[in-house]
Design a protein around this ligand. Structure first.
Ligand code: SF4
Ligand code: SF4
Length: 275
């Protein structure tokens, strides 16, 4: 492990567990005997808003909690990249989610990319909520941390969740180990290909049809908030950019139009069926 100061930025969107990853990492460095600084930076408390954290660890006291260029950037959404660009230079190693981010959008670090298709792995193998555990496992190996010690910290942090259901813990542990043992993609990166780009019908009944365009929906959740009858919620499927997309209970829908009036991306539409 390095002896000098190491600077890390972790970024993604609300709902991905960015701050859980950061807290686990910071606590693990501290337990390994390093000085640590950790600054979380939250966007608005909603899914899809940017979430960033800044971590430094060192064998010497850390004088300034802020820094300008990172040694490592971990980025899990393409839309989080603009917020992190200023922290990246040609020396920054970028670990990115290759199932939601196109490699060519990370321009500054041409030779220092490590690709982990974490969102796709989570959806395919462990469930979407374990994305952060795959990444935590990967970072544990990357920073030569003790795998058992890091898992203990994770268990403490997620104790409440795990105490409700034992199988959640087993699944989370498997996701963590999977990330720990994962070898990053060097080329032939995974790509954001979960959903068709075409507008699709997500629900219909005898009177109404609801459509969504996965290439437009950014998973902001505004439509869900604005629905007066609770007919919308996020489903298990994800859109082109790796974000969750809404599903609709068309039988509850009263066709008020709020969802498509408020959607900032014109991604959703409900209409009466033509006779
Ligand atoms: S049209 Fe109105 S009731 Fe129907 S899903 Fe959209 S917001 Fe909800
Ligand atoms: S359909 Fe529109 S309002 Fe709803 S989550 Fe997607 S982008 Fe946001």
């Amino acid at each position: 492990m390095k002896n000098d100061l190491t600077k890390i930025v972790i970024s993604g969107e609300g709902g991905q567990g960015i701050q859980t990853i950061a807290k686990v990492l910071a606590e693990s460095f501290k337990d390994s005997g390093f000085y640590v600084s950790y600054i979380p930076q939250f966007g608005p408390e909603q899914r899809g808003a940017p979430s960033i954290s800044f971590i430094q660890y060192s064998t010497k006291e850390i004088k300034y909690p802020r820094f300008y260029k990172a040694d490592y950037l971990i980025v899990l959404r393409e839309r989080a990249i603009p917020a992190t660009t200023t922290f990246v230079n040609s020396k920054t190693k970028v670990i990115f989610d290759s199932s939601t981010i196109r490699p060519n959008v990370i321009k500054q670090s041409e030779n220092k990319k490590e690709a982990v298709p974490a969102t796709k792995l989570a959806f395919d193998l462990f469930g979407k909520k374990n994305l952060n555990l795959i990444i935590s496992g990967y970072l544990t190996k990357l920073f030569s941390l003790n795998e058992k010690a890091v898992w203990k910290i994770i268990k403490n942090q997620l104790q409440k969740k795990f105490s409700e259901k034992k199988d959640l813990e087993d699944n989370a542990r498997n996701a963590f180990i999977y990330g720990y043992e994962f070898t990053s993609e060097k080329k032939n990166f995974s790509q954001p290909t979960f959903k068709t780009n075409k507008t699709i019908i997500i629900s219909k009944n005898r009177e109404r049809e609801a459509f969504i365009s996965p290439e437009l929906c950014k998973g902001c959740g505004i439509c869900i908030e604005k629905c007066p009858v609770g007919a919308l919620k996020f489903g298990d499927e994800i859109g082109v950019y790796g974000n969750p997309i809404p599903e609709i209970d068309i039988d509850k829908c009263i066709n008020c139009g709020n969802c498509f009036r408020f959607c900032p991306d014109c991604a959703i539409k409900v209409k009466k069926k033509s006779k």
